[in-house]
Ligand binder design. Structure first.
Ligand code: PHE
Ligand code: ZN
Length: 855
């Protein structure tokens, strides 16, 4: 395995050359594309003789230095580079090379999604398009001409502003071209190109300083009517960034293109975002509330990158969280501002715990600023993104809202147009606020979820809180110092009143905080708003009291979750159902509060959160106990749940505002709770909801419930759904996901059969994710004790690795919990993983993940 090479942060060196400008011409044909690349270089380190450019599988047509054609002895082509020997201090290079986009199934570099030519260059895709210094700290001004068949590809796009249109009447009148110029220097990973016969919608935006911007969203012909929600979201994001960060857009065009084949969610290419169509296209009939919210947040995320990522970019890929953690924090705040603060915070924490906490406790754990990688593609993780966002949020809490705004202003002024590090960011935060953040930096370099042990004492009117940090071990075995973070807390009197509300600063391995002059022993509400991404270990907490009285929406939710977890764990140990929990649950049912928040309070803990607490994971035990509690609640509160359902169910409502979405969330939560009891009544409700509801949200929930019930109507409902939506792959993803996540017997056989469906295509990541990816997270059957789930997914990884390594290593992530599994499952997992890792010519992406898991 010669290509497996580990890259280290400590080996970073500055570039030896800079590139002033790049002129690219793309001649697109069906069978190949010719790229002409003219670059102006300046030597920065005069001791260097040779120019080594990144180039993957280069098919070189010709090469010129300062207009002189270079002979074979002046350059060397290797598998991943083009080295030009003995170059002067200042010179131009012209390269002509050939690439094959229609054969590109990895979806990196220039490829075809259906009939659309498009690009994906982050992190290192550009080097497979043309030779370049493909690293984020080399920023240059790009001019791009795209030439293609006029009829097949009427729309030709690249970054920046459109400067010229070309016709070739004398040579080939069937072709045309467009030139784009991007005045802002940028790294190659932000380069983009699109060519296709596209539909579009247009709008405009006037920036705070009065500059007009033309906004376009492009999609497959026929989907134009599904782009309006994305357009609305874009304008909301532009306004929000002006108001909250004082940042304006800086080009005449903002273009977004939706494509069906895309490895990730979307990409922030300067002035030309390319999106997975799942994050653009939506209408009331085909998209769920979750989809609408997802589109709003991803559109905003990519827009926000224009400043946090594009204007100020990363020095090297180890700094990825500089742009991603910060941009996720920004999009989380945006969504909270536009929708609901309390719901947004809980949803963000839920996602963090489901994905990031699991990763952080696994062999693939890494600090938000990793120290090494084999394939950078493997580091677009929940840790870099979501934990990275928590780190920014903690800085925001520590320095305060006003200082934070001063500090971001300083960051933008100081580093605009540069490629910088996370240290530069922390410097700006500290400099503007006057708060020393040196001790805070451990968050960037240490993996694992910190623990905090809480000891409480009350004596003579003094309440003391002794907080002890768990010992932290870094990946390289070195012990790190204590974590530094804000911890929001309150003390509540017996009547629920807040007698103390504070943000403590935690900085020592162990410290005691005392609160005096208390009349009675208070109840502690700790880590309010989830002010730090840690695990609290606290004994003797009064969950029922906090469920009733906690005025912090997050810790109140937390109390409900913890109480349910405790109850389920008691069941796992063979104990009876705790009636106190059942009573507290009933109290929530009766509360008159915001419907979407109530829906969250009524949600039982996820299987993932229960699994994380087990020393040795056994899913069968978890499911059994959780189902027992769910069934009990469904029976006990049947009447109440039914009347809540009737009260909130509005089948004809198509509204997308918070009230309507909240009502749907609550009524569907109630229906799911009822579904623990497979009654005639429940099946009837689901059937009627499927048939009568106008929203996709309602119909998908109804289908899910039918699928997991004994209802005979399920076949008919699924057939109906299929016939109605088989032309819309985004909806078919939902259809496949429902079937792959099913808890009914025989799901694996049905998943295997689904791959034969005419809609299924192994080359389209969304479809692979909704069939194979969803099955790999169907704990009940992926972890079947006969090993069938593991064997199936392992075979798929081997197969898909040959098509798209990034997809394959994503699937391999399902095996992350290997080391914590019970002996039976562990053995079976090991066999499957060893089979994958011994495969001939496995990609470095899959190798890196599986190798870590097996170690
Ligand atoms: N930078 C993209 C985003 O966050 C994610 C991405 C990474 C997309 C790599 C494609 C490839 O917003
Ligand atoms: Zn991003």
């Amino acid at each position: 395995m010669s290509k497996i090479k580990e890259i280290f942060l400590k080996d970073y060196t500055k570039p030896s050359f800079s590139i002033q400008s790049v002129d690219l011409v793309f001649d697109l044909f069906e069978e190949y594309t010719t790229v002409t690349n003219i670059m102006q270089f300046t030597k920065l380190d005069e001791t260097v003789n040779d120019l080594k450019l990144h180039a993957v599988n280069l098919e070189l047509q010709n090469l010129h230095l300062n207009d002189l054609k270079l002979q074979e002895n002046r350059f060397v082509v290797e598998e991943e580079s083009l080295c030009i020997l003995n170059v002067p201090n200042s010179f131009s290079i012209k390269i002509v090379n050939k690439i094959y986009p229609h054969k590109n199934t990895e979806l990196e570099g220039l490829y075809k999604s259906g009939d659309i030519f498009c690009t994906q260059n982050e992190p290192e895709g550009f080097r497979s398009i043309t030779p370049y210094l493909d690293r984020p700290d080399v920023m240059s001004v790009f001019t791009t001409t795209v030439i293609a068949d006029k009829e097949k590809y009427p729309v030709l796009l690249s970054n920046g502003n459109k400067t010229q249109c070309h016709e070739f009447f004398s040579t080939d009148s069937s072709r045309h071209g467009v030139t784009w110029h991007d005045p802002h220097p940028k790294p190659s990973y932000l380069f983009a190109l699109v060519a296709g016969d596209l539909g579009s919608i247009s709008d405009s935006y006037t920036t705070a300083s009065g500059k007009p911007v033309e906004l376009n969203i492009y999609c497959d012909l026929g989907n134009e009517s599904k782009c309006y929600h994305a357009m609305k979201s874009l304008k909301e994001a532009m306004l929000w960034d002006e108001e909250k960060y004082g940042r304006e857009y800086d080009l005449e065009f903002y273009n977004i293109v939706a494509v069906d084949s895309f490895n990730m969610g979307a990409m922030e290419n300067k002035g030309l975002n390319i999106f997975n169509s799942a994050y653009v296209l939506a209408d009331e009939d085909s998209a769920s509330d979750v989809n609408f919210m997802g589109i709003q947040s991803v559109i905003a995320h990519e827009y926000f990158h224009n400043w946090t990522g594009n204007r100020i970019t990363c020095r090297d890929w180890f700094q990825l969280t500089l742009k991603e953690g910060l941009t996720v924090f920004r999009d989380q705040c945006f969504s909270a501002d536009l929708n609901s603060q309390e719901v947004q915070r809980i949803e963000d924490v839920k996602a963090l715990r489901e994905r990031q906490f699991v990763e952080d406790a696994s062999p693939t754990a890494h600090p938000i600023q990793p120290k090494s990688y084999i394939s950078m593609n493997n580091f677009y993780t929940a840790t870099v993104y979501e934990k990275g966002a928590e780190v920014i949020r903690m800085i925001h809490t520590l320095i305060g809202k006003e200082n934070y705004r001063k500090a971001t202003d300083l960051y933008f002024e100081s580093f605009d147009g540069q490629a910088v590090t996370t240290d530069d960011f922390v410097w700006a935060m500290s400099e503007a606020s006057g708060i020393n953040l040196d001790a805070f930096k451990v968050w960037y370099h240490q993996s694992g979820t910190p623990k905090l042990k809480v000891k409480k004492e009350f004596k003579d009117g003094v309440y003391s809180l002794t907080l002890t940090q768990g010992i932290s071990q870094s990946v390289d075995g070195k012990e790190q110092g204590a974590y530094f973070y804000p911890l929001k807390m309150a003390l509540l009197a017996k009547n629920g009143e807040e007698v103390v509300a504070k943000t403590l600063t935690i900085s020592q391995m162990s410290e005691t905080f005392s609160f005096e002059n208390l009349e009675e022993e208070p109840v502690l509400s700790i880590n309010r708003d989830f002010s730090a991404p840690i695990n609290i270990e606290e004994e003797g907490s009064d969950f029922a009291f906090l469920m009733k009285h906690d005025s912090n929406s997050f810790t109140r939710y937390e109390a409900a979750q913890s109480f349910a977890v405790e109850t389920i764990e008691q069941l796992m140990q063979g104990e009876e159902i705790n009636e106190a929990f059942v009573t507290a649950f009933g109290y929530i049912l009766d509360l008159d509060i915001d419907a979407s928040y109530k829906a969250l309070l009524l949600e039982l803990p996820s299987v993932s959160s229960l699994m994380q607490r087990q020393r040795e994971i056994d899913f069968d035990v978890i499911y059994e106990a959780k189902e027992k509690l769910a069934e009990y609640l469904a029976k006990y509160y049947e009447q109440k749940l039914l009347s809540l359902y009737a009260e909130y169910h509005e089948p004809k409502s198509l509204e997308l505002d918070n009230t309507a979405m909240g009502k749907r969330a609550l009524k569907n939560r109630v229906l799911r709770l009822l579904s623990a009891n497979d009654t005639q009544k429940l099946q009837e409700l689901a059937k009627v909801q499927y048939e009568n509801s106008l929203t996709m949200t309602d119909r998908v929930v109804a289908l899910d419930i039918l699928e997991n019930s004994s209802s005979e109507y399920k076949e008919e409902a699924f057939r109906d759904f299929y016939e109605k939506y088989k032309e819309q792959t985004l909806v078919m993803n939902k259809y496949f996901s429902l079937l792959s996540a099913s808890h009914r017997e025989g799901v694996l056989q049905r998943v295997i059969a689904l791959q034969g469906d005419t809609v299924y295509d192994e080359k389209v990541p969304n479809l692979v994710r909704s069939v194979i990816g969803v099955f790999a997270r169907n704990y009940k059957y992926f972890h079947a004790k006969d090993g069938s789930g593991y064997t199936f997914v392992a075979d798929k990884i081997i197969e898909i690795d040959k098509i798209n390594p990034q997809m394959a290593s994503g699937l391999a992530g399902a095996f992350k919990i290997y080391s914590k599994m019970n002996e039976v499952n562990k053995k079976l997992m090991q066999v499957a993983l060893e089979c994958v890792i011994s495969t001939q010519s496995l990609s470095k992406n899959s190798f890196e993940i599986i190798n870590k898991i097996l170690k």
